[in-house]
Design a protein around this ligand. Structure first.
Ligand SMILES: C[S@@+](CC[C@H](N)C(=O)[O-])C[C@H]1O[C@@H](n2cnc3c(N)ncnc32)[C@H](O)[C@@H]1O
Ligand code: SF4
Length: 356
């Protein structure tokens, strides 16, 4: 019999499970606390449960494996990168970034990605599979346990497209923000999407208070298509309309992410078009000098050109920042650590994959 994924059950669902096991209802609270507050990795740790119940739980349920394979600690700023192994051998990356306002963790939502963005290392091997809700939660739990640091902010910006794993992702948001678990404020959670229009519209109606980040990267439909195959499916005007709907329904200002790629989307013309698109929107734009990956020839603009681009937007009243690079001495671009590890397992040279 396949074991049930106990960490993906909401509190109410766990209550039902406990009832079906014909156990006293307070056991549900105890088990939920072990899993989502005390962050237990095994049923053996649940010492206030009778031994017979622990045995039964371990026969019928499993606690999703998210096991640390590697931890990289940056020497230039307080950033750490973690590589985790899942039950089936797939690997995912998560990043801890320490700020003055608290600790932020960037998690992966899928093993790989099928969206094919040209500059992204996460998509090179395609999509392996969706992560379960428990695998998303337990990336945060493991980091909190390993570092003994309380996590206060979450960004869903690691490997994968969260809206391509919609149900598990939304369940994750509800559970991580629940007062029965780590209770991380939804206002401290940002999820980034490449622009899946039906997903954005559906998310707008979920009654959540998370920030939506839209990966824009091009100021016209044609330019987006060159960098992001998802633009072949959804028109830019429809993506922007869905973002407007998100803002109207949630009151949460949308962030636009724009990876600056030298000679591709960082010209004066690009800046002008971007101003035209965003000028009248209540939004924020994050410029991210592209992180080069070995498989593509894309380069980042000079610091001076990036600042010039930012100034143009600012002069037109657009709220814009250049994202500060974190952990530049560790496998920086999303998906690189995972790829380097997979290559090493296949006996390929490390240097071929690492670009930093
Ligand atoms: C890895 S994606 C994950 C979330 C979602 N799939 C998306 O595309 O928004 C998070 C952000 O990283 C950006 N990104 C991916 N590869 C990058 C690179 N090599 N340099 C800079 N940004 C990159 C993406 O464009 C996106 O804005
Ligand atoms: S940028 Fe996001 S959507 Fe695009 S391939 Fe990477 S993870 Fe997938």
């Amino acid at each position: 019999m396949e074991k049930k994924d106990i960490c993906s059950y909401t509190y109410e669902e766990l209550q039902e499970e406990v009832e079906n096991l014909q156990e006293k209802s307070f056991r549900a609270k105890q088990i939920y606390q072990w899993l989502h507050v005390k962050l237990a990795d095994s049923f053996d740790e649940m010492t206030n449960l009778p031994a017979a119940l622990r045995k039964r739980l371990s026969e019928e349920y499993e606690i999703a494996k998210v096991k640390m394979l590697e931890r990289q600690i940056s020497s230039v700023d307080p950033t750490e990168k973690f590589l985790f192994e899942l039950d089936d051998g797939n690997m995912v990356e998560s990043v801890l970034m320490k700020y003055s306002y608290g600790n932020s963790v960037c998690i992966s939502s899928q093993a790989g990605c099928r969206m094919g963005c040209r500059f992204c290392a996460s998509t090179i091997g395609g999509l392996k599979r969706n992560l379960t809700t428990s695998e998303m939660l337990r990336q945060i739990y493991q980091i909190q346990k390993i570092t003994q640091e309380r996590v206060s902010n979450i960004v869903v910006m690691g490997t994968g497209e969260p809206l391509d794993n919609y149900d598990n992702f939304v369940r994750f948001i509800r559970m991580i923000s629940s007062d029965k678990g780590l209770h991380i404020s939804q206002r401290n959670i940002t999820a980034s999407t490449c622009g899946i229009v039906p997903g954005i519209k559906r998310l707008a109606g979920e009654g959540l208070q998370i920030t939506l980040a839209l990966s824009l990267h091009g100021s016209t439909q044609e330019k987006r298509k060159k960098l992001m195959p998802v633009a072949n499916k959804y028109e830019l005007k429809d993506v922007l309309a869905a973002c407007d709907e998100y803002f109207e329904k949630t009151g949460r200002r949308v962030t636009f992410e724009y990876s600056l790629v030298s000679g591709v989307n960082d010209t004066d013309e690009d800046a002008q078009e971007l101003i035209g698109l965003l000028k009248h929107k209540n939004c924020h734009i994050n410029l991210i000098p592209v992180n080069p990956i070995k498989e593509r020839q894309y380069r980042r603009p000079s610091r001076q050109n990036a600042l010039k681009f930012q100034n143009k937007l600012e002069k037109n009243g657009i709220n814009v920042t250049i994202r500060r690079e974190r952990g530049s001495d560790i496998d920086g671009a999303c998906g690189q650590l995972r790829r380097r590890y997979a290559a090493a397992e296949k006996g390929e040279a490390d240097e071929d994959i690492r670009v930093n």
